[in-house]
Design a protein around this ligand. Sequence first.
Ligand code: 2DT
Length: 212
Amino acid sequence: SNRHNEARGALIVLEGLDRSGKTSQSGRLLSYLAGLGYPVESWRFPDRDTSVGQMISSYLSNQSQLDDHTIHLLFSANRWEKRSLMEAKLKSGTSLIVDRYSYSGVAFSAAKGLDIEWCKAPEVGLLAPDLVAYLDIPPEKAAERGGYGGERYEQLEFQKNVAHHYKMLSDASWKMIDACLPMEDVEKQLKEMVLDCVTSCQKGKSISQLWL
Ligand code: 2DT
């Protein structure tokens, strides 16, 4: 039907500490929605493929040093450079499952001691997610899962600080999921909320902007 052709896609964001399972669950959600016949793509931030993304990648792997404010603005710029494509995808009916977004941007920089309002400012005007699913895991539990690579932020004390800032950023609209549950249980909960979200966007929920 006409209405179906005009249906927009949903902007679905997964957030959580390193090792909370975001990347695995993104893959599962992608297959799930695609299997149901919905146009869908899986994205992640930072997007290391752009030139800004390459600067970020080099910083994260400790190959370059940058002032905390500077790297913060690069992470934000990395979202801005994808904004118009993001909007075009959503308007053409493609849903996006995004692994990390502005909340990572603010939580990680604020955990270093930057002012939270200063951190939020460059995110204002980016597209607001239709769903933020937070994979909630105690930092100690995440660390036990192992697989912290050698990247800059992958240390227990820092992750505890990030967790604290995520909690300060969260609001009643966030869907909190106990990420200590077996993967299948997390997956089941996510599928339900994601399908719900895709359906409400199809029905005409409008796209809004950060920061609310
Ligand atoms: P991945 O390990 O998920 O690739 O993330 N980060 C991420 C920030 O500090 N600011 C941001 O805006 C984003 C999107 C979180 C790489 C690291 O980059 C951090 C972990």
